[in-house]
Design a binder for this molecule. Structure first.
Ligand code: IPE
Ligand code: IPE
Ligand code: MG
Length: 246
């Protein structure tokens, strides 16, 4: 369990919700909300790096979002391509290491190429690790890990009795990344929507009514301040935790 002195979460995960409502409230098409959300992504990445967060994981597109109207999906995919084209230089300059997680093979070849280029360009950076979840679902992630373990068991590389939490976790998309300490969800809903089901087991949850395009550094700081007040007990008693942190 890592906790730095200022109680800054080591890993922050964000469900960036509310773009469509932001646009509708202004009489604009939903994709205008997605476009407006890009500047909130920029602000969040900058703020996370400035505050000393090590890992930031953003939910950009869920497995279920494929079920949206074709036009919205295609506008979103176009926006991802455009955002990669525009933002990667700055991310690289700021020493950010970018990684994408999800069923990336479901994306267009063009987008896959842009993703691979962004990952390889920033691979050696040593600052903030930015994970972007695209075509990602928590159930998909766990099912895929189970499949990988089953394949190894069937081929005799892994004994069934050696399958446990650690072996399964090592097959997940965020293998090697500490679990999120803090989950932020904008847009007013208080649900997980099939995000990191395994990894969020003990995360602190922070919800805000603010719609994603209106999310800014002040709101990010408000989430960090709420997090800093929490006593994380991981199933233990308050007394045990206090003794351990003395
Ligand atoms: C989040 O905003 C972005 C994605 C899910 C891709 P929404 O598009 O879900 O916005 P609302 O929830 O409809 O307002
Ligand atoms: C969650 O938002 C997915 C992303 C932010 C990418 P949704 O808008 O898809 O979630 P629901 O449908 O309200 O649960
Ligand atoms: Mg939504």
């Amino acid at each position: 369990m890592h906790e730095n002195p200022a109680n800054i979460p080591r890993h922050v995960a964000v469900i960036m919700d509310g773009n469509g409502r932001w646009a509708s409230a202004r009489g604009k098409p939903r994709h205008a909300g997605h476009r407006a959300g890009v500047k909130s992504v920029r602000a969040t990445v900058e703020c996370a790096a400035e505050r000393g967060v090590d890992y930031l994981t953003l939910f950009a597109f869920s497995s279920e979002n494929w079920g949206r109207p074709v036009e919205e999906v295609s506008k979103l995919m176009g926006l991802f391509v455009e955002a990669l084209r525009r933002e990667v230089d700055d991310l690289h300059r700021n020493n950010v290491k970018v990684r994408f997680v999800g069923a990336l093979e479901q994306l267009s070849d063009g987008l896959q190429k842009k993703i691979a280029a962004a990952e390889s360009r920033t691979a050696d950076n040593t600052g903030l690790v930015l994970n972007v979840a695209v075509a990602y679902g928590g159930r998909w992630d766990i099912a895929r890990a189970a499949q990988a373990l089953a394949a190894r068991a069937c081929s005799g590389q892994l004994a069934v009795e050696d399958i446990g939490e650690d072996t399964l976790e090592a097959e997940l998309q965020l293998a090697g990344v500490p679990d999120p300490d803090l989950l932020i969800r904008t847009g007013g809903e208080q649900r997980i929507s099939n995000f990191l089901l395994w990894n969020l087991a003990y995360s602190e949850l922070w919800f805000t009514e603010v719609l994603w395009p209106d999310f800014d550094k002040a709101k990010f700081d408000a989430a960090l301040a709420a997090y800093a007040q929490k006593q994380r007990r991981f199933g233990h008693t308050a007394d045990q935790v206090e003794v351990a942190t003395c």
